[in-house]
Design a protein around this ligand. Structure first.
Ligand code: SAM
Length: 244
C-alpha cells in the first residue's frame, strides 16, 4: 500500500520555489507569489505554508514579513524527503494547446518522471511553449503533493526518440499490440503515443524495427491522442508503477 502522506495536514497551501531550501533560510518571494499568498490565499505574517524546490523534499515555511507587494518567508524543518517516482517517461505527439496543457497537468498528477513532445509526420501543433508547460506542471505538483517536478524536454523528432535505447519503449498502437496487463513491467520505461492523425505506416515500421519497442493496445476503441497518453500512463502506474 503506497504511503499516502499522513503528514502534513491537508489544509496547508503548497508553494514551489526555485530558491534552494534548507532549515533557517530566509526567502523573498516574487510579486506573483506574494500576490498568491497574500491576496488569493489571504495569508499574513506567521501563517504556515509548505514549500518545495523540486529537489530537496518539502519544508514547513512561515510568513515572516508581509507587505503590499512583497513577502518574506523563513524555512523551518523538513516535512518530507523527496519522493521516489517510477522511471516512466511519456513521449507524446503534441495536440492542440488546451489539450496539451491538460495532458501535462494530468500526467504530472499521475506521477510521470519526464515529458517529451515528439514531432511526427502528422503532428499538427502550434509551437510547444516549454515555459508554459513548466508552469502548468508546477501548479499541478503544488496541488497533488509532489515534491519532485517532472522534467519537460525540448521537442524531438520521432527518429531521435527511437535512438534513445536502454529503456523499454511502449508504443501505443491503435492498429493493435500486446495488452498492457501483460506488457507493462517495472523498469526504465518510455510510453509513446501518436497524434490525432495517428502514425504513418512508414513511422510504424521504423518504431517496430527499434529493438526496444513493444507495441501495446489500449483496448478496442480509438482513443483521442490525449486520452491515450493519460490512459496508458495510468495503466502503467497501476501495473508497474507506484500504485501497486
Ligand atoms: N488516426 C488514427 C486512426 O484514426 O486510426 C487514430 C489516432 S489516435 C486518435 C491517436 C493516438 O492514440 C494513436 O496514434 C495511438 O498512439 C493512441 N491510441 C488511440 N487509441 C488506441 C488504442 N485503442 N490502442 C493503442 N493506442 C491507441
Amino acid at each position: 500500500m503506497p504511503a499516502t502522506p499522513a503528514w502534513p495536514p491537508k489544509s496547508l497551501p503548497r508553494l514551489h520555489l526555485r530558491a534552494e531550501l534548507g532549515e533557517g533560510a530566509r526567502i523573498d518571494l516574487d510579486a506573483r507569489q506574494a500576490n498568491y499568498l497574500g491576496n488569493v490565499m489571504r495569508l499574513g505574517e506567521g501563517a504556515e505554508i509548505l514549500l518545495f524546490d523540486g529537489k530537496s523534499g518539502e519544508w514547513l515555511g512561515r510568513i515572516a514579513e508581509a507587505g503590499k507587494k512583497r513577502m518574506a518567508l523563513t524555512v523551518g524543518r523538513q516535512t518530507r524527503e523527496p519522493e521516489d517516482i517510477p522511471d516512466v517517461w511519456l513521449a507524446f505527439a503534441p495536440v492542440k494547446r488546451t489539450q496539451t496543457d491538460w495532458l501535462v497537468e494530468k500526467a504530472t498528477e499521475l506521477g510521470v518522471a519526464k515529458l517529451i513532445p515528439v514531432m511526427t509526420q502528422r503532428t499538427i501543433a502550434e509551437r510547444v511553449k516549454l515555459e508554459r508547460l513548466e508552469a502548468i506542471a508546477i501548479e499541478a505538483a503544488e496541488q497533488c503533493g509532489r515534491t519532485r517536478l517532472p522534467e519537460i524536454a525540448q521537442p524531438v523528432p520521432l527518429a531521435q526518440l527511437l535512438k534513445e535505447d536502454g529503456r523499454t519503449l511502449y508504443f501505443a498502437d491503435e492498429a493493435g499490440g500486446e495488452p498492457v496487463v501483460s506488457a507493462f513491467k517495472p523498469g526504465a520505461a518510455t510510453i509513446l503515443t501518436g497524434p490525432e492523425g495517428g502514425f504513418t505506416d512508414d513511422e510504424r515500421a521504423k518504431i517496430q524495427a527499434a529493438g526496444h519497442a513493444v507495441p501495446v493496445s489500449l483496448g478496442p476503441r480509438i482513443l483521442r491522442a490525449e486520452t491515450a497518453a493519460l490512459a496508458s500512463l495510468a495503466a502503467y502506474m497501476a501495473l508497474a508503477g507506484d500504485w501497486r
